[in-house]
Every structure is written in C-alpha cells, then in structure tokens.
Design a protein. Structure first.
Ligand SMILES: Cc1ncc(C[n+]2csc(CCOP(=O)(O)OP(=O)(O)O)c2C)c(N)n1
Ligand SMILES: [Mg+2]
Length: 801
C-alpha cells in the first residue's frame, strides 16, 4: 500500500466516522421529538414544538459554525443545538418540563417553553465570558420573524470589529471580525415585515449573515400559496443576488434531505460570509413535519394523503440513512442497532430529566407535610387539615403550586392556633426561595447595574458659557466616543448631518462612518442592530428619530430587548441605549406622548425622561457605566433652549430612579416629567400670585420610578397630590399615581383626592390651538390645582365656574 492510499483510506474512515456521528445526532434529535410529543400527550409537559423533519440541514449548518459565531433562530433548531454541543437529551427534556433551574434547563431555566434555545454569554456574576471561544446562540423568542432584527446586529458586530479592533478592548468578542451570524426561519414566517426589512438592511450593510429558510411548505395549516409569492422565497429574492459591481446577497438553494449537498452548500456559504462579509440566503427546500406543527394539532387534518406520503418518503433522516447505506458508510443492520441504542439513550435521558425535575419538589413536599402534621395536631380543624395533607401526599407528580396552595389554604384555618407561626414561616421561606426562580433578572443583577452608578454632579465655574442646549448633548457624545471605543450610534439622519437636531454635529467626520452612521427608514431593524451588537459586547446607541415612530420598534423592544435578561435567567444581556426625542410638537403623529403604552410594554428596560440636555447627557454617562438596556427620551423643544455648559462634560451622571424637586412648596405636590414640567412651572408661578405654593417634582426616570420614595416625603408635607403629563388619561399618570399612592403608601398622608391631569383621550390635534385643546395647558394646571385647594377651603378659593 503506498502512502497516498493509506491517506485516502484514513480520510474515508474519518469521513465515515463524521457521517455516523452526524447521523447519531439526527437520530437522537428525532427520538427526542417523538418521545417529547408523547410526554405532552400524557400530560407530563404542557406543550411541545419540535425539530423533527429539519434535522439534516442543521447538521450541515453546525459543521460550518465556528467558535465566536452566533445563531439567531427559531423553535425548530434542536438538532443544531445538539450538534454544537449546547443541548443534550436530559436538557432537552428539562426544557420540555419547564424545569425552573438554569443548571438543568440551560436554555431559559424553565422560563420559556421548550424549543427556545440559548447559550450562556455571561458568567455567574453577570460578566461577559469569552465569546470567541464558544459557539453562541442568542436566546430565541416566539413571535415569528422576531429573531430577524437581532440577527442583523449580530452580523454587523463582526463588521464593526473588523474595522475597529480596539472596540474589543478585552478580546472577548471577535477575532478580526471573522464571525458569522446564522439566522434560521420557517418558510411561512418570511411573510412577516421584519423578515423583508432585515433582509434588505443586511444587503445594504453587507454583513456576514447566513440566513437559512427551513421550507416545509406550511405555516401551521396554511400552505405556501397563501404565504409567499410564487411559493418560493428564493425565487422572489433573486433580485438581491449580488453581481460583480453591486452589493447584494449570494442566494443559494438546496434540498433539505440531501446531506452531501447541504454540507457543501453550508461550507460555501460560510466561506463567502466569513471572508468577504457578504450575506447569504440559503433556501432549504423539501423539508417535512413528521409529527405536524406542534402538540396542539394534527396535520392529518389539513395535509392530503399524497402530501403525507411524500413527507414520509422524503423525511430527511430516512433519506440520509439510505444515502449512507448506498455509499457504504453503514449497513442497514448496523443502523438498526444504532437506532435501537439511541432510542434507549433518549429514554434514559428523559427519565433522568423527569426525576431531576420532580425530586426537589417531592422533597419540598415532604418538608411541608412535616410542618402540616405538626400544625394539624394542635388544630381545631384537625380533620379537615389531615384530609388536605392526605390529598397533597397522594399527588403522584406534584408541582410547586400544589405545595403552596395547600399550605396557604391551611394557614387560613389555623389563625390564632399554636401552629400558625410555623406554617406562616414555612410559606414565607418557601416563597422567598422559589419566587426568584420565576421572577429574577428582570433587570441586571450584576455589580454593573445602572442603578448602582454613583451620581456625579455637573460642575460649573464663573466662565461656564450659556449655550444652545444641543451643544451639551453634542459635546457629551463627542466625549463618549472618545472615551469608549465600543460605542457607536446609528439612525435616520444621525450620520452625515449629525441628527435632525444636530446633537451629533461633526461627529461622523471625527469618528468615521461606521461609528456615527445613517440608517435606512426601518425602526425595528435599527433596534435589532442595537440588540445584536450589544449582545456581542459593543455599546450601541440606536437612534429612533422621533418618539412617535418608536411604535415600529416597540414590538421588538418589548418582545426581545426587554426580555433578554429575564428569558435567559441572567445568562445573556443586551445593554443597548435607545435614544429618541419627543414631546410637545403638534399633531397626531408628532406629539410624542404615548408613555403609558411604552412603559407598560418594556418592563426590563429603563425609561428615562430628562427635562434638559444636561440631564439627558448625564443619563447617557450613567448608562454607559452600567449594563442594562434603556430608552432615553430627549425633549424636542429643549435643543434650542439655553443651558450652562458643564466643565466636566462626559463625566457627570444623572442617577437612575431618583426624582428631583425642582421647586419647593407647601400646599400641593405636582409630579410631572419631560417637557410638561415647563407648563407646570409656569402654572406654579401664576398660582404663587394668589398664594398657592406648590411643590414640583420631576420624576426624570419612569422605570424605575423614585426608588428612594421621595414623592411620599413631599406628600407628608403638602398632603395633596396632582400628577401631570401629556399622555392619554390613565396612561403614565395612572402608573405614577399607583407608584405614589399604592407602592409608597402615599394615601396615608392625603387630605384631598389624589388627581391626574393628562391629555385628551384622542391623539393631539395639529397647530397651536390643536395643542391647546388636546394637551394640558398652563390654565388647565392652574385650575386643577385651584379646584383641589378650593375643595379643601372654598372660602379662600371660591369656585371659578
Ligand atoms: C407573530 C406571530 N404570529 C403568529 C404566531 C403563531 N405561529 C407560531 S408558529 C407559526 C407558523 C410558522 O410557520 P413557519 O415559519 O413555516 O415555520 P414552521 O413551523 O413551519 O417550521 C405561527 C403562525 C407566532 N408565534 N408569532
Ligand atoms: Mg413552515
């Protein structure tokens, strides 16, 4: 045997081994899907959505996927996750059961239903791991195509790092920008606007993104003819094909059951994207759903017998198996043996997952039953309690709700008895122990939490100049870009002209087009750029031109950005700053006030409403020292007002969750924020003329709101409260009222009914009169305060009307 033949033989052996290894992953994954469905149908798990029928292309994707790369995909990708070593059998079932422990269900600690995948970017302290040394998956979300905007940012980060290697100060995120971001989506979900918006943007930006469409011709029961023009995403995206002298995509198609072709296609795609930063779209056709869409339905209801037959014949795992036999990689008998072994392995993994899930709950129950027996022995309700203990003990597969419900019901029956205190203690301790499993990490729990950042006051001296306020923002951003190489800003008109209010004037020239850039008109994917880049260690500032247009991005902020920490139980973060401007322009889409909608949609982010540019600049400085996402709303009519330029630009900070009393007073407390404060301040002056001395509080930060409970301290003095804003009635003003009256227990100090003054329930009308008749005016504030004072003292303040 000469050397060449030995080498060839070895190579074939290696190849065989690799294919067998792949088949093992595919088959394991398939068994998980089959058994997973049974677990749901027998009631052990609540819902199942699996990756059967999509296994083989995911093996090919995993082969081309390198350390440092990122996935942004959807619920079919279990095989991929297994192939990159990020998901094993037991973990798969832990996810299915919703095991509320991140060490058991590393995907989300039981917070997401199975099929929503993630890897860990953060260590136990919430600090970045070295992402270049691991394979990464951003955490999935359920809204179809919701993974698309983030994918754009994950890909763009490579481009930024290639251009600015020093943005990766600690070398944890990139090696020469060689990382590819891999997207996956179902064929039907390409109908979503977010898909098309992102595809176009990635073509414009030319980022290393490989987008796979898993095409099984259906979206639940709805056939491709109702989803996609020409029933083919690659056909209609042909116009995106890059030509010699244009930007664009490499558009590839491949059959989802053709293992060797898939391996070649993915290797080629990775090469194009990784080396040249050209996006690639791979349309993977002829995939199937062996068990239908999810455990909620059966596909026999809407697929024809012919289609079902075809799906059986073209099942990608079946086809891969035949190909292996045809090519002498394994015999049918060998594969039968392997299949049987894998089935056993999956069964064992499932059992282990179930025991790991159930045992702690059973142990907790045992401890509870001990306490309950004690409680029963000294209770007048002994008989009833013993029956309840017996009922609890007889539950074969208890959940925590069973434990706690029983304990809390019994607690009511032993009020005043000897056992009450022991049981009350058990309930409190149990709740304290278990609640964080479901409620931790709404915000960061790391030391770098923005709320921990200390306040640094702006410094002035006798030479401090009075300037147009926008210059404070501009100079502060200048300092930010100089200080933090990982920062960048992008948005509509943010680059060349330095934003519509010139808060970035001259900064593109100074810092380059990559760091201060214009973006297309596409708010959702601007947001997504920010999310993806923030997940890869950059500190992006995504600019949404006006608050009114934030609604296009609100879904992605709400579903994706605001839930990143929560849905990964603290294993991923995206400290993105969203910058926008609003308030007090005129017109239905130009008045920027839907604050109630916003703060209720994005719990998990900070919402900051600075009244001046100095305050706004201070917020940016605070946020950059922290590690959480935030929305900063600058006041549109504040840019041309005058403010004093601080000497310590870039350094002073505005604390988060701290109010500021802008005017002391004794008669009534007005809480407001943003541009409306100026109306309130004017009204306060006019009220002073008739002897009513109001205290004015600027909330500054709606999420979190007044964490020191300073508002209630003001109420202790004034005993009256009015909340003023220009949102709809019952919007953000109702939230502020709930915070002060309920959370801070302000009701204890009130001598008058607490009130809100908001805008009319319709959108604000255009023009000065439109504004006057839509939003609270100085007279409205004056009269509202006057009426509250008049109710308390009608003699002194007789009715106006
Ligand atoms: C925004 C949104 N709308 C509807 C749904 C409900 N839904 C979940 S999966 C699905 C079908 C998706 O089909 P496709 O993209 O082809 O993926 P497949 O399941 O076929 O792999 C629908 C309508 C959702 N999750 N999100
Ligand atoms: Mg589909």
């Amino acid at each position: 045997m000469n050397q060449a033949t030995t080498k060839e033989a070895l190579t074939f052996e290696d190849f065989k081994k690799e294919v067998l290894n792949d088949y093992t992953t595919a088959r394991t994954s398939r068994e998980c899907s089959l058994l997973g469905r049974k677990e749901v149908l027998t009631g052990k798990a609540k819902f199942g959505i699996f990756g059967d029928g999509k296994e083989v292309p995911q093996l090919a994707m995993a082969k081309a996927f390198k350390n440092g790369d990122f996935r942004s995909g959807y619920y079919r990708d279990q095989t991929f996750m297994m192939a990159i070593g990020a998901l094993n059998i037991q973990q798969f079932f832990a996810g299915l059961y919703g095991h509320a422990d991140i060490t058991q269900d590393p995907m989300s600690g039981g917070r997401q239903m199975g099929g929503h995948f993630a890897t860990h970017s953060l260590d136990e302290n919430g600090e970045w791991k070295n992402l270049t040394q691991q394979k990464n998956s951003s955490s999935d979300i359920s809204p179809t195509a919701g993974q698309m905007p983030r994918l754009l940012g994950l890909a763009q980060a490579s481009k930024i790092y290639r251009e600015f290697p020093n943005a990766d100060k600690n070398q944890k995120f990139s090696v020469d920008g060689n990382e590819v971001a891999w997207g996956t989506i179902g064929n039907a979900s390409t109908s979503e606007g977010l898909f098309f918006e992102t595809i176009n943007a990635a073509g414009v930006l030319q980022v290393p993104m490989v987008m796979s469409v898993w095409d099984d011709m259906y979206g639940i029961s709805v056939h491709a003819r109702h989803q996609t023009t020409k029933e083919s995403i690659s056909e209609i995206l042909k116009g995106f094909q890059k030509e010699e002298d244009t930007n664009g995509y490499e558009v590839l198609t491949v059959l989802g059951w053709d293992y060797p072709a898939l391996v070649d296609t993915y290797a080629k795609a990775a090469q194009i994207a990784r080396t040249n930063h050209i996006p690639v779209l791979i349309h993977v056709k002829e995939l199937t759903q062996p068990q239908g869409h999810s455990t909620s339905g059966s596909h026999e209801r809407y697929k024809s017998a012919d289609r079902l037959q075809w799906e059986g014949d073209f099942d990608c795992v079946v086809k891969m198996r035949s190909w292996m036999i045809d090519n002498n990689i394994a015999t049918s008998e060998e594969l039968d043996t392997l299949d049987a072994e894998l089935k056993k392995e999956v069964l064992a993994g499932k059992k282990a997952a179930w025991e790991a899930y159930l045992n702690p709950i059973k142990e907790e129950r045992t401890a509870l039953v001990e306490v309950l027996n004690q409680v029963a022995s000294s209770s007048a309700n002994k008989v009833f309690i013993e029956k309840m203990i017996a009922d609890l003990s007889s539950i074969k597969e208890p959940i925590r709700k069973d434990n706690l419900t029983t304990a809390r019901k019994i607690l009511r029956m032993v009020i005043g008895e000897a056992g009450q205190s022991a049981l009350a203690t058990w309930v409190k301790n149990y709740t304290n122990e278990i609640q964080p499993k479901f409620s931790s990490h709404l915000m960061s729990q790391s030391a770098g939490k923005a709320e921990n950042v200390e306040e640094i006051l702006p410094v002035y001296d006798e030479n401090s100049e009075i300037v147009d306020a926008r210059l404070i923002i501009r100079n502060n951003f200048d300092k930010i870009f100089e200080t933090y190489p990982e920062t960048l800003i992008f948005g509509e008109d943010s680059g060349n002209i330095g934003d519509v209010n010139q808060g970035l004037e001259g900064l593109q020239e100074k810092y380059g087009e990559a760091r201060v850039s214009d973006a297309g008109i596409r708010e959702a994917s601007i947001l997504g750029q920010g999310i993806g880049m923030a997940m890869r260690g950059l500190r992006p500032i995504a600019e949404i031109q006006y608050l009114d247009y934030l609604l296009y991005a609100l879904q992605i902020m709400s579903d994706d950005l605001a839930t990143v920490q929560y849905r990964t139980a603290g294993k991923q973060k995206a400290p993105l700053i969203v910058r926008t401007r609003g308030h007090r322009l005129e017109g239905i889409w130009h008045s920027g006030s839907p604050m109630g909608m916003i703060i209720n949609a994005i719990r998990g982010m900070h919402v900051l409403v600075p009244r001046s540019m100095t305050k706004a600049a201070g917020f940016y400085n605070t946020l950059l020292k922290g590690d959480e996402p935030a929305l900063v709303i600058e006041c549109l009519n504040g840019y041309r007002l005058k403010e004093k330029m601080p000497n310590n630009i870039g350094e002073f900070t505005t604390p988060i969750g701290v109010i500021e009393t802008v005017k002391q007073g004794t008669d009534l407390t007005i809480v407001s924020y943003g541009s409306t404060l100026r109306i309130v301040e004017q009204a306060a002056k006019e009220l002073m003329e008739i002897g009513i001395d109001v205290e004015i509080i600027d909330a500054q930060s709606l999420l979190p709101f007044d964490k020191n409970h300073d508002c209630v301290k003001s109420l202790q003095k004034t005993n009256r409260l009015l909340v003023v804003d220009e949102d709809v009635p019952g919007g953000a003003s109702a939230y502020i009222l709930q915070q002060i009256v309920d959370v801070q227990e302000g009701y204890k100090f009130l001598d008058s009914k607490p009130e809100t003054l908001a805008a009319k329930p319709h959108r604000p009308s255009y023009g000065t009169d439109g504004d006057y008749f839509s939003k609270p005016s100085v007279e409205d504030v004056f009269e509202k305060v006057y009426a509250i004072m008049g109710e308390a003292n009608p003699k002194k303040y007789p009715s106006l009307y």
